[in-house]
Design a protein around this ligand. Structure first.
Ligand SMILES: [Zn+2]
Length: 277
């Protein structure tokens, strides 16, 4: 989920402006992963959409290994970047099938493996570089049930105080949750704009529960339980939705979808007022 929930990008420092993130001139390094990752997934068999064990293979599989490092190094050399820059996975954009399928659970016995640990590290790097407050593994082309999230004082400082208060947005430390199971608590909900790193430059109003409980496993394989409210609860719901192939646009309030630049314009007649219920 994007870190800047409300601000127009013209108000952001240059390093946070979305143009900076996608402009190949200002950010050439983001071109490199396209040589490594091909996010288009094809099923190895033809199971029905409800088949929970659906297996995917990629034409060019994500490989957080030394061989991919070699490829990245070569690409860096071609682009004149040298081989010392860290490789960053590309964030998959809306429309790619990996974002619209259910992700698979991580085998508990595999959590300690180099492969899973590298995926987690890459997710954290990608989230922080974007920058975002949350990321799900499918967003880097990995159909596994892993989410990472964090919100910082700095990110929050870019929004207005009254908005921060209304959203109940507070900083929290990095959370890594594997195989998360989300339970909504209570009946209270809130309507706010939210964005997604896979849907660049847009926002829409989404109704989310104000309180949730998420259980799952830490990156060390230990059981964890997170009780969250306000904006943190929204991020958790947004990221867990990704694991079920759901983007916020699949559950947004109709007629609220708009560009970031238009976020302060009035909502259409009949749309719910922003805030908690
Ligand atoms: Zn998202």
């Amino acid at each position: 989920m994007e870190s800047i929930s409300r601000f127009s990008q013209r108000l952001l420092p240059t390093c946070l402006a979305e143009n900076c993130l996608i402009n190949p001139i200002t950010s050439p390094f983001r071109l490199i992963p396209s040589l490594q990752f091909h996010p288009t997934l094809i099923p190895t068999s033809k199971p029905g959409p409800s088949d929970p064990n659906r297996i995917f293979s990629t034409r060019k599989t994500y490989r957080p290994s030394s061989s991919s490092s070699t490829l990245i190094a070569s690409a860096g050399w071609i682009l004149g970047l040298g081989d010392k820059k860290p490789a960053l996975p590309e964030i998959v954009k809306a429309g790619d099938p990996v974002l619209h399928e259910s992700a698979q659970e991580v085998e508990p016995g595999e959590i300690g493996s180099d492969r899973i640990q590298k995926i987690i590290d890459d997710m954290i790097k990608a989230m922080r570089t974007a920058p975002g407050v949350g990321l799900a593994a499918p967003q880097i082309g990995i159909p596994l049930r892993i989410i990472v999230l964090e919100d910082t004082k700095e990110y929050i400082s870019y929004d207005r105080k009254d908005v921060i208060k209304a959203q109940e947005r507070r900083p929290f430390d990095l959370l890594v949750i594997l195989n998360p199971k989300l339970r909504k608590k209570g009946n209270r909900t809130a309507f706010f704009f939210e964005g997604c790193l896979s849907v660049d430059g847009f926002r829409a109003v989404v109704e989310r529960h104000l309180q949730v409980e998420v259980t799952g496993l830490s990156r060390n394989g230990k059981p964890i339980k997170v009780d969250a409210s306000g904006w943190k609860a929204r991020i958790l719901q947004h990221e867990c939705d990704h694991l079920d192939g759901t983007l916020y646009v699949d559950k947004m309030v109709p007629r609220t979808f708009r560009t970031v630049q238009n976020i302060d314009l009035p909502l259409a007649v009949g749309c719910p007022k922003l805030g908690a219920r």
